[in-house]
Design a protein around this ligand. Structure first.
Ligand code: TNX
Length: 543
């Protein structure tokens, strides 16, 4: 009996003094510096969150909601620290905006940052120090919410860490967009590039031009009718498909994203990828004939705004004025990609414009178009971003380039002294396959598995230090021609976004695929509990 008692006691002692190793820590993206101490901190129903002011309350709820779900605890928020058993926010003005420190000892947790961006990231790290079952929506019996004593000092490698959602080819409900915001914040991503306009649908309410959403947001979806049967058709029984966001909804999104340190950058495509606008207002085209909003899969599309008529520019300035009122972002994305210029070549208005401005090619006419829009955007105190085609015919003086056709456009832009966001198709296109094509849902060309995303680097070796300084960061693009459901969208984004986040956040020297593929399994458990339909095919390239 004595031996049994001694054995039981020693087991308990072992349990209480679990020795943590680096392998027990599975934070993604990997923190810049992490020192493991001895011992641990245990959350209890009495643990208090000590805030500086009310603005940290929303941040604490990221964790307190989880303790409520899993343990039924209502953890208190206080403004004075007790002697122990607390998590305290502390300001350090010297830290960079998104940097934070986390100091955990057996009595308390200190969260140190300059302001709420750093505090948010500290909370998200703390969340990932907790056992994965903290993500459960249901009660967890026998839970022990213990975290190792650690000192973390962390900050991002790049300041621009983006995800682009295409809501034109298929429309996604606002609730899903907000969920995606939460999941981005979990990975310390900080930009949602919102692709609101394309041929297949105009998705943003513009009060001055109501037909953009009355007509331009809806299409007769032949593609859906001919679908291969693996997915529920998106169109209703009449074959109409579409949707749009009101200005109120978008303002609410912007405010919500800001609480998660995410800036929403709207993309208003021009001069091409705009059949939806031309369907609503045919006078914006060179030919002025009525057209319908095309379904996905129709390509090439020759419809393009007329670059000769003044009313095109008047229209776009009015649209952008409303857009800038909704989105406080520093940048406005104007697209500029894949503009088929056949209409311009035979249009008398465009030819007259070329003559008057001394332009020698259709590329120079596009350059004129984008430069003119840039002057307008700059006059409102904002900056223009365009896809790398905006380099052709001469780049607008202040423009930032998003390099998608590989990295060449980005390199060239940096050489010319312009800022760059790298989104090469080779590593950042999440509409590509990520596993064997015959087993995966239908996807757009290319093969971009998790392991390949993990090798992404926005700065190219051949760049000089001065050029490299122009690289603001990188971004994943989820084009949605093939993606009709939220579950499918989640499948394409996760876990690849976790790999991308580490390439953009963590120091380059710490990149290690084997280590990452161990840590990602813990993220899979979290995703399982959060109900995220991540791609299990990621396992194929991990083991
Ligand atoms: C090219 S990338 C496009 C998109 C398509 C995508 C499909 C870019 C700037 N334009 O319109 O959806 O390829 O991968």
């Amino acid at each position: 009996v004595l031996a049994l008692i001694a054995f039981t006691v020693s087991c308990q002692t072992v349990k209480q003094t679990k020795v943590y190793t680096e392998k027990d820590i599975a934070i993604i993206p990997k923190p810049a510096e992490l020192k493991l101490g001895q011992g641990s901190f245990k959350f209890s129903k009495n643990t208090k969150f000590v805030v500086i002011d009310a603005s940290q309350k929303a941040l604490t709820s990221i964790l307190t909601d989880k303790f409520k779900n899993t343990s039924g605890w209502n953890l208190e928020v206080a403004d004075k620290a007790p002697s122990k058993d607390f998590v305290q926010f502390v300001i350090d003005e010297k830290l960079a905006d998104e940097a934070y420190k986390l100091e955990v000892n057996s009595d308390r947790v200190l969260i140190i940052a300059k302001g709420n961006a750093g505090f948010l990231y500290a909370i998200e790290t703390l969340r990932q120090l907790l056992p994965t079952s903290i993500e459960s929506a249901a009660k967890v019996s026998d839970a022990e919410w213990v975290i190792p004593n650690v000192t973390i000092s962390d900050q991002p490698r790049y300041k621009y860490r983006g995800l682009m959602l295409d809501v034109s080819r298929h429309f996604f409900k606002m609730d899903y967009v907000k969920k995606t915001i939460d999941r981005m914040a979990m990975l310390k991503m900080n930009v949602l590039h919102f692709h609101l306009v394309d041929d297949q649908g105009w998705r943003i309410e513009i009060k001055k031009y109501p037909k953009l959403t009355e007509i331009g947001a809806w299409r007769v979806d032949q593609e859906d009718k001919h679908w291969d049967g693996r997915y529920t058709p998106a169109a209703d029984e009449k074959g109409t498909y579409g949707g749009f966001y009101t200005q109120e909804e978008l303002k609410e999104l912007v405010a919500y994203a800001a609480t998660k340190n995410i800036e929403v950058i709207p993309e208003i495509e021009m001069p091409a990828h705009v059949s939806s606008a031309i369907a609503a207002y045919p006078e914006l085209s060179c030919h002025e004939r009525p057209i319908g909003v095309p379904s996905g899969g129709v390509w090439p599309i020759t419809d393009i705004y007329c670059a000769g008529k003044e009313n095109t520019f008047q229209f776009l300035e009015n649209v952008l004025t409303e857009v800038m009122d909704i989105f406080p972002s520093k940048y406005i994305h104007v697209g500029g990609d894949e503009a088929t210029k056949t209409n311009w070549k035979v249009c008398p208005h465009c030819n007259k414009r070329m003559e008057a401005e001394g332009l020698k090619s259709a590329e120079e006419l596009q350059s004129y178009f984008i430069k003119r829009m840039e002057r307008f955007i700059n006059s409102k105190g904002k900056k223009l971003i365009g896809w790398d085609e905006i380099l052709e015919g001469g780049i607008a003086p202040e423009a930032t380039v998003m390099s998608w056709r590989g990295v060449a456009g980005g390199i060239e832009a940096a050489k010319q002294g312009h800022d760059v966001i790298m989104t090469p198709g080779t590593h950042c296109y999440f509409d590509h396959y990520q596993g064997p094509q015959n087993e995966e849902p239908l996807a757009w060309g290319g093969y971009t598995p998790l392991s390949k995303v993990y090798t992404f680097d926005p700065v190219v070796d051949t760049m000089t230090p001065a050029e490299a300084k122009h690289v603001l960061g990188g971004q994943a693009n989820l084009w949605s021609e093939q993606i009709k459901t939220e579950a499918h969208s989640e499948y394409m984004i996760f876990p690849r976004l976790a790999a991308l986040s580490e390439t953009l956040w963590s120091p380059k020297e710490s990149r290690n695929w084997e280590d990452f593929s161990n840590r990602i399994e813990s993220m899979f458990s979290r995703y399982d509990l959060l109900g995220i339909n991540y791609a299990k095919s990621a396992y194929l390239v991990m083991h």
